[in-house]
Design a protein around this ligand. Sequence first.
Ligand code: F3S
Length: 641
Amino acid sequence: MSMNLTQKIIAAHLVSGEMAPGAEIGLRIDQTLTQDATGTMAYLQFEAMGVDRVRTDLSVSYVDHNTLQMGFRNPDDHRFLRTVAAKHGVIFSPPGTGICHQLHLENFALPGATLVGSDSHTPTAGGIGSLAMGAGGLSVALAMAGEPYFISMPRVVKVRLEGRLTGWASAKDVILHLLGLLTVKGGVGKVFEFAGPGVATLSVPERAVITNMGAELGATASLFPSDERTRAFLASMGREGDWKELCADADAAYDDEIVIDLSALVPLVAQPHMPDRVVPVAELAGLSVDQVAIGSCTNSSYADMRMVAEVLRDKLVHVGTDTMVSPGSKQVLKMLAAEGLVEPLLDAGVRILECSCGPCIGMGGSPVSGGVSVRTFNRNFEGRSGTKDAKVYLVSPLTAAMAALHGQFTDPATWGTPPAQPELPAKAPSIRHLFVFPPADGSGVEVLRGPNIVALEQFTPMDDTVAAPVVIKLGDDITTDHIMPAGAEITSLRSNVPAIAQHVFGRVDADFVARARAAGTGVIVAGDNYGQGSSREHAALAPRHLGIRAVIVRSLARIHRANLVNFGILPLILCDRADYDRLTVGGTVTIPASSIIAGGEVDVQVEGVGAIRVRNDLTQKELDIIRAGGLLNHVRLSRKQ
Ligand code: F3S
């Protein structure tokens, strides 16, 4: 039977389930990655499973989020990550080496491999032909322990690329175009598989820009074939031996098809505060820009940085536009330095930041109050920049560089001739010696923990009947940033759940934590697409610590739904969307938990209102996990049996 590329990779890794769209499938996972903001918890969870050594082909622990080492917590976490990695057979990437997805693409990602990462932009590696998926830290911990990774068999959408990019349009504009077309909900349950003659016109780093922001579509993954461009990239990285050809069969079937004419694309911009609010840059001409930030896991490759340096060469950025650049890895920075491209950036008045996530996670580089920040990043949610009333616009590096020069958006028709898309050197300088490879036997390694590493609490199983008040009622498109805000102060507490839980919904409702703690239990009510955004599992773990036992919503985002299940929170969906209006804060909801069947409907009783019908889309296994009080309890139980 002919297969598309997604089906081929899934078939080669399938350990359970049928490859029918929507059916639960279990996949063998070849590689895992973690970053520090989610990694400490993933390794605490891995330790709790009692497995000595990772059972994947390759696992890497990157430190790229909280690299500034403010106070004792960040360095303590880094030391914990370094020592726990050595003990259990994980490669460690020290702070400052680069951003996890850029580094993984350069050094470890493989065509045809499965990769699960505790970061929602893990699909970046789809640019090289990996089936790469973002997951909660707990799922990654399980994959490291050799357990399968479970997903719903995705629907596969063929994105046929025709023509080639022209003028100032770039790979970023391809994915912004798709976001404008499909919205942030348009990819749920899908893999976007790129095909057609336009594919060969894009380098691996350009492909990775597109697969990176497939996460903003809510997609399970995005995938490019592995072809001669892939071979050239791997050869440049000194890894030509890792190349193999991979593509869909010529007559493969797809669930849907979209055609994009690359030659028709123009520079685009996603306006605040959602990545799908996309318009042509020309429409914003005249809008003043206070800050430009270039980098992130989306746009920090050598080619991106080089083109920015070419645009800014012998010029000065606008005096009112604070401009910063974060190269994606030390390899990128070394190449820029070797080719004399650091100097034009410095001379243009650019601030060169560390090779890390930096401003993307609010780790420095916050915009001025009420300011306009133009970023090459992937997310522009309210408050994420660290300045609550800032307005963040998402663009390509070329558009960002032009905004930096003019201090405002201008019409691309006035920009003149763009720099050429640079080729990668035949052999890029290696930074492989900077990774800390684990000893063959880690049994003698002592894991060093600071006071901020707090052992996990064991949650109680679900009672037969859950009676809990509605402790908060929210609207549509609530992100995991709304639930569990980021920023240096807060994320430094991620391995200390009682402390980080103090900040849940802190930017939405300052009284929430006190109300939830007073009730000792609670139900969250929300509208559509609850929990969209980053894979932050603390957005489920910390509410669970506060006693949250269920969410009742109109619809849920995929990764957050999985995290709710993993921590024993029941995700319930309103059968009648209008019932949302009947739920109010304070009213007790009584859920007959023991009567719930997987994929079924049930009446919940709402104080002062009466019965409200809810459904769930849980598998039997997911329901068992919730009843056990979460996945760790469930794994412990099943290992005892
Ligand atoms: Fe880092 Fe931002 Fe990407 S936080 S991993 S650069 S989305």
